[in-house]
Design a binder for this molecule. Structure first.
Ligand SMILES: [Zn+2]
Length: 104
């Protein structure tokens, strides 16, 4: 008996087959770690990248904001607002988490 595999992730052989209703319906089981080896890797890379970006975008000063852009930490050591009082453009950082965004 030969059943053609319609879906073979990663070209691997199925590790098991589930049958129900006396074999009239069945499903192939694949090992998910073999089928998608790249996803955890990419996610880990993105998480590491995001951490690195967070350090460069988060102001260590009193405001503690994370901006959408990198801060001049090597020269000013904080955002412009904490450095010399220049108000930061609200468009350059997310809305304060304390404020309820859905409040009317
Ligand atoms: Zn700041």
């Amino acid at each position: 008996m030969h059943e053609p595999a319609l879906f073979a992730p990663g070209g691997q052989e199925p590790v098991a087959r589930i049958e129900c209703r006396g074999g009239r319906r069945f499903a192939w089981l694949y090992r998910i770690d073999l089928a998608k080896p790249k996803i955890p890797m990419t996610f880990a890379k993105e998480a590491a990248l995001d951490n690195a970006m967070a350090v460069r975008q988060t102001c260590p000063g009193p405001c503690g904001r994370r901006y959408f852009h990198c801060l001049p930490l090597k020269t000013l050591g904080s955002c412009l607002e904490c450095y010399d009082g220049t108000p930061a453009d609200p468009a350059t950082y997310p809305a304060p988490p304390a404020r309820h965004l859905l409040a009317a």
